[in-house]
Ligand binder design. Structure first.
Ligand SMILES: Nc1nc2c(ncn2[C@@H]2O[C@H](COP(=O)(O)OP(=O)(O)OP(=O)(O)O)[C@@H](O)[C@H]2O)c(=O)[nH]1
Length: 403
């Protein structure tokens, strides 16, 4: 029996570009390919890890801080060694970098890994179509990240006009000369772009030449880039140097009006918010996943019996933000707990949240029409609650739509 080296693919992209969404798409559409996921969260609450857990064949979280800053690379080596054990039977390992990571450093760490069972499998750079023009101005180093990629995914194509998407594709193709640039919505790319489908029984000689070629090609390209960087005066500042994160946890439910007022008026520098919110009596049946990226804000209801999240856990990431003020504002947005049916109950309190809930069709994997008909229970509504497909306060949120 031959043992082939397992490709390690690095999934990078600026804060909120859609890396976890893409990783989850790969995991859901793996079609038998065994994927090991390594997730590196920037904050100490591991929101990404919680979102990915349960879907991967094996998931390891390397939390709190950018992996690329680790002086000691043994953490990553240890994780790769565990996932590469023959008993784990992995076909591919995907390392999701934090949104502030330097992909270059991560690639070097993988190439320099002492683990013989792995081979560097390429860099996928995810770009947020709606935010890239702005973030690129603030962070010119993003151009360098795109240039390093082996595959560029122009994600969130649904958020820009077709003409803007075309312009962005041209820009990205110019930056990443010679590599594929694909557009995507919710990270739905063809997994074959990243790895071969179960490449189990390949003859020795083919495996060797394939892996060897990939490495040699990368090393030649890297040497060229290294020389170009040295001529230009080095790597420049790392993204995460300017950013700070605030973690917030509360066992007390959050007040929907005060939390949405805070989020709707969030300071400019606060680029990313993610996590889970418990609105207590505001919606006893659901926890809410929240995401803010730049000017974009979304809540997504998660039936309580189908999520491990049980209390409010938020990570806020920004540059030039007053972290104490953020903590104070979040503390102010807690409770008081309203007793259902009591006179001071706020029946419209959740409206501000529901305004930011997308229709499930927007973010779900497309389903075959007959799948829904087959899985529907007798009497279960076949259509969303309202004629326009939206959910409003009082409408039952159908857990089947979360599937
Ligand atoms: N409209 C739209 N939203 C998207 C798309 N892809 C992802 N999102 C949303 O963007 C938000 C951030 O997505 P994530 O996958 O968490 O982004 P990330 O890159 O992992 O974020 P960080 O780990 O914080 O850097 C979530 O609300 C996603 O549902 C897309 O193609 N279109």
């Amino acid at each position: 029996m031959t043992t082939r080296a397992i490709p390690v693919v690095v999934l990078a992209g600026f804060l909120g570009s859609g890396k976890t969404t893409l990783l989850n798409h790969l995991l859901r559409s793996s079609g038998g390919t065994r994927i090991g996921a390594v997730v590196n969260d920037f904050g100490s609450i591991e929101i990404d890890a919680m979102t990915v857990a349960g879907q991967a064949d094996a998931m390891v979280s390397l939390g709190d801080g950018c992996l690329c800053c680790a002086v000691d690379t043994s953490d990553l080596d240890g994780v790769l060694a565990t996932l590469a054990r023959p008993e784990a039977r992995m076909d591919v390992i995907v390392v999701e970098a934090s949104g502030l990571a330097e992909p270059e450093t991560l690639i070097r760490m993988i190439l320099g890994s002492a683990e013989p069972g792995i081979v560097y499998g390429g860099l996928v750079e995810v770009v947020d179509a709606a935010e890239f023009p702005r973030t690129r101005v603030a962070h010119p180093e993003l151009d360098r990240h795109v240039a390093l990629a082996d595959l560029v995914v122009l994600n969130k194509a649904d958020r820009v006009a077709a003409a803007d998407a075309t312009g962005l594709l041209e820009t990205l193709s110019g930056l990443a000369a010679g590599v594929p640039v694909v557009t995507a919505e919710y990270g739905r790319i063809d997994p074959a772009l990243l790895y071969d489908r179960p490449p189990r029984e390949r003859p020795d000689v083919e495996q060797l030449s394939f892996d060897q070629l990939a490495r040699e090609e990368y090393e030649a390209r890297e040497a060229e880039r290294e020389a170009a960087r040295a001529r230009a005066g080095g790597d420049g500042p790392h993204l995460h140097q300017a950013y700070e994160s605030v973690d917030f946890t509360s066992d007390e439910p959050m007040d929907p009006r005060r939390l949405t007022a805070f989020l709707d008026a969030r300071p400019d520098g606060l680029y990313r918010v993610k996590g889970f919110v418990d609105f207590g009596p505001g919606d006893p049946d659901h926890m809410y996943e929240v995401h803010a990226v730049g000017g974009f804000l979304r809540f997504r209801p998660l039936p309580r019996d189908r999520t491990d999240a049980s209390r409010t856990q938020l990570v806020l990431i920004g540059a030039g933000v007053d972290t104490d003020a953020l903590r104070g504002a979040l503390a102010e947005a807690r409770g008081p707990v309203v007793v259902p049916g009591a006179p001071d109950e706020d029946p419209y309190g959740m409206w501000g949240v529901l305004r930011h809930v997308p229709e499930p069709e927007e973010y779900e994997e497309p389903r075959e029409p007959e799948t829904r008909a087959e899985t529907a229970e007798p009497g279960e509504p076949a259509e969303p609650a309202d004629a326009d497909g939206s959910y409003g306060p009082g409408d039952p949120y159908d857990p089947a739509d979360d599937r």
